[in-house]
Design a protein around this ligand. Structure first.
Ligand SMILES: Nc1ncnc2c1ncn2[C@@H]1O[C@H](COP(=O)(O)OP(=O)(O)O)[C@@H](O)[C@H]1O
Ligand SMILES: Nc1ccn([C@@H]2O[C@H](COP(=O)(O)OP(=O)(O)O)[C@@H](O)[C@H]2O)c(=O)n1
Length: 426
């Protein structure tokens, strides 16, 4: 009896303190990435579901949502990634898993990320997994029940239902002005100072020992000022748009130094950090830019510097990955999220190479990649590519100049040389 009471108490405490005040929160389920998420709130009054919501809540099957909590952001990020992996490999084909979040509209950092599970199978597999997750991770699980036109949410327990807690009815809500995935970008996906990225790697140095080595490399860079140096030109663009080809040609023709971000000294750690969740992965790339900045500072005293990818790449890829679904979900064009970090060395010129999707695919294929992309993946890739390109174009101070990179390598080089002569007087 006492055990039962304790577990119920613990669960309610979890719901109230960890999930925050539920009634002020909006839930978003990425039901179909090509459209808006499904938004709903909770209310003690029964509410009829809209047609769109009925598609999710009105079907047969068991419905659950789960949200990840932890006081440590690195642990939370890793737990979220682990759960995502676990759900994708263990649940049956009759189970749909959607990204879901709970947030307070337009309030920065209010997002609690999680998943929504729709289980149409006849097995108890999803319950078994949820039970293990609830025991081993900081997760809060809700289940959804239907009665006629209504659907309500309750705290889920594999042992005993929480009967005393008032029913919280699913209530369709209007679309949020800012897509929830844009609310937590600062210092989770994009870093606007070296200090903030540095702190993330410090926080995970016990679980990822390589972090210490990366931080040591950052510490070794001396501060440089670039007054009166040679011009610094950054070449940006999606994979296979011709950056390597162009930067090599520019190095030759301008007698320039060629640098990259992430820098060569981080190459041994890249794979390790690429397998980490966005918080840690993005902090790694952010620090890479500061190391490259120190190299730029030194090298630009001697010769012009060409840089293959820099902060535009770091921010554009991070934003495009963090923001689910369509281009419309990106932070608005005037958002401060597109502002260059004040403490990061600025280049004189940033050029964005663009080619049509067909030409890019052709170049990727010629390189022997992307031969077996399935149609569904292709569509998602398409959405992602559009978001990266749009984010690139929205970044400010400095903004990038778009270069059509579809002509021959010689012609692209000529165009770029012309731009450099005009803008940098080289
Ligand atoms: N202007 C161009 N026209 C046609 N093919 C190109 C052009 N520039 C590069 N390529 C080819 O496209 C592929 C990708 O180019 P690469 O320079 O490696 O791109 P990135 O460094 O941006 O990934 C390579 O096979 C390269 O030879
Ligand atoms: N300055 C940079 C460079 C790359 N990146 C990340 O690295 C990935 C692409 O790098 P890349 O095209 O050089 O990688 P490869 O295609 O060479 O493997 C992107 O997914 C970015 O997230 C970054 O964040 N910042």
């Amino acid at each position: 009896m006492r055990l039962k009471f304790l577990s119920r108490f613990t669960m309610l405490k979890r719901a109230m303190f960890r999930c925050g005040e539920l009634s002020s929160r909006v839930f978003a389920v990425e039901f179909d990435l090509r459209t808006q998420p499904l938004y709903f709130t909770l209310s003690s009054n029964p509410q009829e579901l809209h047609h769109a919501h009925q598609q999710l809540f009105g079907d047969d099957g068991k419905l659950f949502s789960l949200h990840v909590h932890s006081d440590s952001r690195t642990e939370k990020a890793r737990a979220h990634a682990e759960i995502k992996h676990k759900l994708s490999v263990t649940l049956s084909r009759d189970c749909d898993v959607f990204e879901a979040s709970s947030f307070i509209p337009d309030v920065k950092n209010s997002v609690v990320k999680g998943f929504f599970i729709r289980d149409k199978s006849t097995t108890a597999l999803s319950e078994d997994i949820l039970k293990t997750l609830q025991q081993s991770k900081s997760v809060c699980v809700f289940s959804y029940k239907r009665e006629g036109e209504y659907c309500w949410q309750e705290l889920w327990s594999p042992v005993n239902q929480v009967q005393e807690s008032a029913r919280q009815y699913v209530t369709p809500a209007a679309a949020a002005e800012h897509h929830p995935s844009t609310l937590n970008i600062t210092n989770s996906d994009v870093f606007y100072s070296m200090h903030e990225a540095y702190k993330v790697l410090q926080e995970c140095s016990d679980i990822i020992p390589e972090s210490k080595e990366v931080l040591k490399l950052v510490d070794e860079q001396s501060e440089t000022s670039r007054a009166d140096g040679f011009p610094v030109i950054v070449i940006e663009g999606l994979d296979a748009t011709g950056k390597t080809t162009l930067t090599e040609a520019l190095r030759e023709s301008l007698n320039a130094t060629l640098l990259k971000s992430p820098p060569q000294c981080l190459a041994p750690f890249r794979q390790r950090f690429d397998s980490e969740p966005p918080l840690i992965r993005r902090a790694f790339y952010a620090l890479g830019n500061y190391i490259t900045a120190a190299h730029i500072g030194n090298e630009s005293l001697r010769a012009p510097v060409i840089v293959d990818r820099y902060w535009h790449s770091t921010a554009a890829y991070a934003i495009a990955t963090a923001v689910g679904g369509r281009v419309e979900n990106l932070p608005k064009p005037d958002s401060e999220l597109y502002q260059w970090p004040e403490d990061l060395l600025q280049p004189n010129l940033v050029l964005l190479l663009t080619v049509s999707p067909e030409e890019r695919l052709r170049r990727l294929r010629d390189r022997g990649q992307d031969k077996t992309v399935e149609e569904a993946e292709l569509e998602l890739n398409q959405l992602f590519r559009l978001k990266v390109e749009e984010a690139y174009k929205r970044i400010q101070n400095p903004a990038c100049i778009i270069v059509d990179a579809s002509p021959s390598p010689q012609e692209v080089l000529r165009q770029v040389q012309h731009l450099i002569r005009n803008k940098c007087h080289l």
